[in-house]
Design a protein. Structure first.
Length: 168
């Protein structure tokens, strides 16, 4: 089974490239999204507890009777402070990388032909995710800003903080 990583900055089109490869790859193409896994992990009880312990009570909110990560508050905090960003990454990255390897092994055991792993911070995370091929997806800063405004409803000030926090 071949294993490919798709990486690149926020709003560059990584998900679109993955979808294109997935839809044209036929049967036997498996995919994993580090972003989706991080979002799933954020609402796990042990992560919620660690968020409160690390960042304080503002890091979580109660919504419709359940406790959830306060994503907007966390976004503002981590993109304004490198130490906070590193703390959040320390909480999430081990679980994300573990899930990636579990899903890759499941794909291999199921006879998959291609495993696509969308890993936005592949070069930045400081640990190696093995792959047969690494595809870097890029877009102009103008395009990144437009996509983030349109697709995520973010304002320009947080987008600029996000872009400055990532490698160009």
């Amino acid at each position: 089974m071949k294993s490919w990583i798709i990486t690149g900055g926020v709003g560059c089109g990584k998900s679109s490239v993955c979808e294109l490869l997935r839809s044209n790859g036929g049967l036997g193409v498996w995919s994993f999204s580090a972003d989706q896994e991080a979002q799933r992990l954020l609402d796990q009880p042990e992560i919620l507890e660690a968020l409160q312990s690390t960042f304080g009570k503002e890091a979580v909110i109660e919504e419709a009777g359940s406790v959830k990560a306060n994503r907007a508050w966390l976004r503002e905090r981590v993109f304004a402070d490198a130490a906070s960003k590193a703390s959040l990454e320390d909480l999430l990255h081990p679980g994300v990388l573990k899930s990636l390897e579990i899903q890759r092994e499941e794909a291999r055991k199921a006879g998959g032909n291609l495993f696509l792993a969308e890993v936005p911070l592949h070069y930045e995370i400081g640990s190696t995710v093995s792959a047969d091929l690494i595809l870097v997806v890029a877009a102009s800063r103008t395009m990144q800003v437009r996509r983030l405004m349109e697709r995520r409803g973010l304002d320009e000030s947080i987008i600029e903080k996000m872009l400055r926090a990532q490698w160009p």
